[in-house]
Write a protein that binds this ligand. Structure first.
Ligand code: ZN
Length: 402
């Protein structure tokens, strides 16, 4: 494994790219059945849990309300002043919170100083492992500002070497960070469970890769891993204020994938496969898909296939493709009574006729009263959204911020 050192670009000999395997859930039914969401364990460590909870309450209050004095925090949290004092000291010691000094208008008695989350003094390191041949990364502060970026050419690497590249990119960014890194967030393709284990990511030929544990162990920083489309949805919701608390988000860029946000959180599903709509049959007599079946949604609307069909047949395929996607989304919209649908993909492809098709396809299946409350946005994807979503996931795990 080449050590990247100070370099941004590392290139290894390119191995044949198994493009046909891209985006396929290659799990057997038994393997899929074996995947079950872990149930949250409870009990034991009560005191530790309470303290962690209380720390997260203080961080959340400071994050949501801006600078506060310790007495104000005690009032807002319902905790005693000495308890709040201890918690704030711990957060100041960790560099998460800084003391702004005595408030000028403080009333008589002991002057109260205000404390605040140090948004610029803390940052997250985020990685996006979903692009062909390149891993991208960034340093993002707690306000959602991208303060630095890096990328690593992986030259078609997969398996263990790809994992090494992810660690290398994280280390490179850690070296560059000028503020305290609170954690690492990683967007991975494929099925990712709630412990950061990637059960399957075909493009990287990963099976049961403990991605979060590996990066955490090798960098010493707390690490969270999520599916790329789920993180994209989180990025939209937290930093762009576009999708709201409940939304369906569809990304067409690397094969079609979807995320459902419920109460602002991505729905994972019992086997972490919620939103895996790529191989839903939409045209039983259609083109043969690499998964072995015919007429999968990905063959109709996934950007690479759609681009290929536009080149071969012409732009007239765009509107019907959009309509097909809309018809697939309509039942989900009404099943969950969701009012926001966001579809992103390559701008030149999804804007215009395709977008019109999506809207028509959804509208054609729903009653007017439902359509009235529905907001459908179709537009160009912004690669920063996945990175911002990864930053939001780190903040949620480390600061208890939602
Ligand atoms: Zn398929």
């Amino acid at each position: 494994m080449t050590e990247p050192g100070e370099q941004d670009e590392v290139v290894v000999a390119r191995k044949p790219n198994d493009a046909d395997a891209r985006g396929i859930l290659s799990l057997t039914p038994d393997e899929l059945k074996a995947l079950r969401r872990s149930r949250k364990h409870s009990g034991g460590e009560a005191i530790h849990v309470t303290r962690q909870h209380n720390l997260s309450v203080i961080r959340r209050l400071l994050y949501a309300n801006g600078p506060q004095t310790r007495p104000e925090l005690a009032r807002l949290s319902g905790l005693s002043l000495p308890t709040v004092g201890g918690l704030v000291s711990e957060l100041v010691g960790a560099g998460t919170v800084h003391d702004l000094g005595v408030v000028a208008e403080a009333r008589v008695g002991k002057p109260a100083s205000r404390v605040a989350i140090d948004a610029e003094g803390n940052c997250t390191i985020v990685l996006d492992l979903t692009h062909d041949d390149t891993f991208t990364g960034a340093i993002i502060d707690l306000d959602g500002t991208v303060v630095d970026r890096a990328q690593l050419s992986i030259g078609g690497a997969h398996g263990e070497p790809a994992l090494d590249y992810a660690v290398d990119l994280a280390r490179l960014l850690i070296k560059r960070a000028s503020s305290q890194v609170i954690g690492i967030g990683v967007a991975s393709p494929g099925l990712v469970d709630d412990t950061g284990l990637v059960h399957v990511a075909d493009r990287l030929r990963w099976r049961d890769v403990p991605l979060a544990d590996t990066i955490q162990t090798r960098t010493g920083l707390p690490t969270v891993v999520g599916n790329d489309v789920n993180l994209l949805a989180l990025g939209l919701s937290r930093f762009r204020n576009r999708s709201g608390r409940d939304a369906i988000v569809v990304d067409m860029a690397n094969g079609v994938g979807a995320a459902v946000l419920e109460g602002g959180e991505p729905v994972l599903g019992e086997q972490f496969a919620a939103g895996e709509i790529a191989h839903l049959t939409v045209d039983p007599g259609g083109e043969l898909c690499p998964c072995g079946r015919r007429g999968c949604l990905d063959m109709v609307v996934g950007a690479p296939h759609l681009q290929r069909r536009v080149a071969a047949v012409g732009a007239e395929v765009l509107e019907p493709a959009g309509r097909t996607l809309g018809e697939v989304l309509a039942p989900i919209v009404i099943m969950l009574n969701i009012n926001v649908v966001v579809v992103v993909g390559p701008g030149g492809l999804v804007e215009g006729a395709f977008a019109d098709g999506v809207v028509d396809g959804i509208h054609s299946r729903l009653r007017p009263a439902i359509i009235e409350g529905l907001k459908i946005e179709v537009g160009a994807n912004d690669p920063d959204l996945v990175l911002l979503g990864a930053a939001a996931a780190v903040m949620e795990s480390q600061l208890g911020v939602r």
